[in-house]
Design a binder for this molecule. Structure first.
Ligand SMILES: Nc1nc2c([nH]c(=O)n2[C@H]2C[C@H](O)[C@@H](COP(=O)(O)OP(=O)(O)OP(=O)(O)O)O2)c(=O)[nH]1
Length: 132
């Protein structure tokens, strides 16, 4: 089974976190699910470089990648994903959606109200836990 390395940004601004909704895609299990913005790491890129590039491309937003949060190892029916997640900050909240269906900024404690991609559930659990 193919393994893909994906980076994802937990972007914080003024106490809220940016959540984005995927469009309809070939894999039903991630279609229209909520995720943290990011994407696949390209050859020769660091995770941090890939993340800043993806967020510029997808959202027209320049972020600061602040701190590694966690890596999730999750197996979907067709592929295995290593999802490397970073805490990031944004200088403002203005974004332009170029790929996603919709977005919202939520306070941390409300993150678990969305229908997340399965790989993201441990990240959401960490963020909403009192220890975070
Ligand atoms: N960016 C991102 N992807 C996630 C998350 N959780 C999760 O399961 N994924 C999955 C969905 C996709 O299968 C894969 C990321 O690929 P991608 O964002 O480049 O999306 P894609 O498949 O549309 O890209 P592509 O094949 O068209 O190049 O990782 C997440 O929080 N953020």
């Amino acid at each position: 089974m193919k393994t893909i390395n994906v980076v994802a940004a937990v972007i914080q601004h003024a106490g809220q976190i940016l959540c984005v909704q995927r469009g309809v895609g070939e894999h039903a299990y991630v279609s229209e699910k909520w995720e943290f913005p990011g994407g696949k790491v390209e050859a020769g890129e660091s995770n941090e470089e890939a993340l800043a590039r993806e967020i510029r491309e997808e959202l027209h937003l320049d972020i600061v990648v602040a701190e590694f949060l966690m890596t999730i190892d999750h197996t979907y029916p067709n592929f295995r994903i290593l999802l490397h997640t970073y805490l990031c900050t944004a200088p403002h909240r203005r974004i332009t959606l170029t790929e996603h269906l919709s977005f919202c900024w939520l306070p941390t404690i409300e993150l678990d109200t969305l229908d997340w991609a399965a790989a993201d559930l441990p990240i959401v659990a960490r963020l909403v836990s009192p220890a975070f």
